[in-house]
Ligand binder design. Structure first.
Ligand code: NI
Length: 132
């Protein structure tokens, strides 16, 4: 014989975050959407295509994890190519410019409140704290 648990308070909906599901909800490019937080860090999915702007983040490193496509991150003294299933950490204070010849779908990990264009503000500057 079975019975219901005495309390349902512990029946939290344990649900994995599925990147494909999240990306399917995104119909624009360059706007980062938060899918999770870990302490004061945010995990953000974004689709990009084309050229970003040169910028740097004075106070934090920035992690890129490519889910689909091929990302190139330019530096003043070189570039790194990051393919699907690969990641790269841009060091704090290092000037960089992401570039995607075709659309790239990726996960960006950085502290809450970081502006995507660093000290710059232009048409590529994304709103913060948009959750999906
Ligand atoms: Ni950056």
């Amino acid at each position: 014989m079975s019975s219901m648990p005495a309390s349902t308070a512990t029946e939290a909906p344990y649900r994995a975050i599925n990147f494909a599901d999240k990306l399917a909800q995104i119909h624009d490019q360059w706007q980062q959407r938060v899918v999770a937080e870990m302490n004061d860090y945010q995990f953000k999915v974004v689709k990009i295509e084309g050229d970003f702007i040169w910028h740097e983040h004075a106070d934090t490193d920035e992690t890129f994890i490519v889910l689909d496509g091929h990302l190139r991150i330019d530096f003043r003294d070189g570039a790194v190519h990051v393919g699907a299933g690969e990641m790269f950490v841009v060091p704090r204070g290092k000037e960089h410019k992401p570039y995607a010849q075709k659309e790239v779908q990726m996960l960006v990990i950085e502290p809450r409140g970081v502006r995507n264009t660093g000290e710059e503000q232009n048409e590529r500057t994304a709103a913060n704290d948009l959750w999906i």
